[in-house]
Design a protein around this ligand. Structure first.
Ligand code: FAD
Length: 303
């Protein structure tokens, strides 16, 4: 079923999950077993992230190095197929512009259609490590809006989600311009929006009302992640250009051990989800990072 139809036919807020494909060498049984505690909650669909090839420098015998691109993770298509087969649930593979040509992407989309998948999340992807600016692949796309437009043209029946940033995408000069660019994705044919994670719901509410004022009328689904380790207080703002609110960081600073940090992060996430549900969001998209314990607690408490 298409995500947009699931959203339209749902009478109350539901949960969707996002998982990250495992590193190569980890078997499908191990991955599927690791998400089985989450499947008990009957998620409506599972997103599978997509990861561009990474650059590594391999030592030569003479002491010099050679540059090589390698794929570190199992492909999103293979993981989506394994999940569908074991759990018979809808899957939403992410498709990124980064590192791909338009033809390569089209071929992947055609493969997804053969597999009976009619949902994707269309994204630009990030720079390679060490690059300052995003560089499109020759013959590829510069922005997610171009990808949306191409998929909408070639596969009119595909349901397309796109990403958005309540605290602004880090490259955008200001939130107004970023929302204008988001509208381009919607005008190009995106059916719904999923946001980057945030830890203060006020960012989401303000963003949502700015989007509506800008004429963006598709469903906007908040993306939420339970914070689980003390290191994430520094890592998440750096990786995703988001704020950790003082109310959360000060509680974490007083935590006695890792278990207390974990509980503070989970409780904060439960409170965020309850508030979003009361606000009437259509769904909550939980970033699981393929770890189930805290997400299970959030699902139990809120859905
Ligand atoms: P775009 O919408 O193309 O925007 C990128 C930047 O360009 C923004 O600053 C925007 O304001 C600007 N812009 C957009 N269009 C134009 C235009 N026409 N002219 C000028 N400026 C423009 N990354 C992965 O690699 N794999 C994943 O699986 C993945 N999953 C994600 C899931 C979600 C829900 C989200 C929110 C992000 C995800 N990302 C993923 C991260 C994403 O790829 C990065 O944040 C990336 O930097 C931007 O992607 P985008 O699709 O939002 O880009």
């Amino acid at each position: 079923m298409k995500v947009i139809d699931i959203i339209r036919s749902s009478k109350k807020t539901f949960a969707s999950l996002e998982i990250v494909p495992p590193l190569r060498g980890i078997g499908s049984e191990e991955l599927l077993d690791s998400i089985s505690p989450l499947m008990e909650f009957d998620p409506k669909y599972i997103n599978v992230t997509c990861h561009r090839d990474e650059v590594e420098f391999i030592p030569n015998p003479d002491g010099t190095y050679r540059k090589q691109t390698i794929r570190k993770r199992v492909s999103e298509v293979a993981v989506a197929a394994a999940i569908m087969k074991r759990y018979n649930v809808d899957v939403v593979p992410h498709v990124i512009c980064a590192g791909a040509t338009a033809d390569g992407i089209q071929s992947e989309i055609e493969s997804l259609r053969y597999m009976g998948i009619d949902n994707i999340l269309a994204l630009r992807g990030d720079c390679l490590t060490g690059e300052k600016r995003f560089t499109p692949t020759p013959g590829g796309y510069s922005y997610a809006s171009e990808l949306v437009e191409a998929v909408r043209r070639s596969e009119p029946g595909m349901c397309i989600g796109v990403g958005a940033y309540p605290e602004k995408h880090f490259e955008a000069p200001n939130i107004e311009t970023d929302i204008e660019m988001l509208k381009k994705k919607v005008d190009a044919g995106a059916d719904y929006i999923i946001t980057q994670m945030f830890f203060d719901n006020r960012f989401f509410y303000e963003f949502e009302s700015r989007c509506r004022e800008a004429g963006i009328n598709v469903p906007i689904i908040p993306g939420i992640k339970p914070l689980s380790t003390a290191r994430q207080i520094a890592l998440l703002p750096e990786a995703f250009s988001i704020d950790i609110p003082i109310g959360l960081s000060s509680q974490l600073a007083e935590a006695q051990d890792a278990e207390e940090v974990y509980h503070i992060g989970t409780d904060w996430c439960i409170a965020q989800c309850r508030d979003l549900i009361a606000h009437g969001v259509p769904a909550i998209h939980l970033y699981t990072m393929t770890k189930s314990r805290n997400v299970v607690e959030v699902l139990k408490a809120c859905f």
